[in-house]
Design a protein around this ligand. Sequence first.
Ligand code: PRT
Ligand code: MG
Length: 214
Amino acid sequence: MAEITIALSKGRIFDDTAPLLEAAGIVAKDNPASSRKLILDTNRANVRLVIVRASDVPTYVQYGAADLGIAGKDVLLEHGGNGLYQPLDLNIARCRMMVAVPEGFDYDSAVRQGARLRVATKYLQTTREHFADKGVHVDLIKLYGSMELAPLVGLADAIVDLVSTGSTLKANHLRAVEEIMPISSRLIINQAALKLKRETIQPILDAFAQAVKE
Ligand code: PRT
Ligand code: MG
């Protein structure tokens, strides 16, 4: 059987993925939450996991450094999807990509009056496309995290970020004013690996698909 490398990120994606891996008969020998190892062996001699930043997962798979990976739709849209086959929405790590503004900010009037909005976000592609579709002029400010701070200190009028419970927005006196899209994580596969290692990859794909349906 071919050697298979699966790229995953720590945190919520790993937590939600472990049961799917188990359904495919794959169990990691270490827990990435407590281990500092970046390459984890599994119970299967031909399958290993590599632990990378969430936003780096598509890059590892695109270049074939990993055969499979799991990445959020947010991350995939920014990456662009080159070289990736995306056969399966796993319905895990779900949240919504939203536009949010400070509680006192009148977003609807600002948009109606054609004001030029300053929007801070990690998701430049998706944000640019969203406002272009609405015909709203925006100046985008690229941040790498803690977008919620930007409107509070005058860096931006609005942010585009992921929201799940809404408690981060609330704690920072922001409110969501628009949903851009629902987000969940997808299985991604290197296109060349799928052809060359189909005998090993297909059963994993099938087990994931079955586990997602249940
Ligand atoms: O590792 P790195 O910091 O580069 O990446 P990351 O922070 O994106 O990784 P991680 O593990 O936090 O997120 C991985 C994936 O989980 C994302 O790419 C999303 O597809 C998905 N996901 C689901 C989320 C959330 N829910 C989520 N709530 N990613 C981030 N958040 C953040 C959000 O950005 C905000 O700061 O949680 C905060 C809001 O949460 P609530 O519950 O207060 O609304
Ligand atoms: Mg994070």
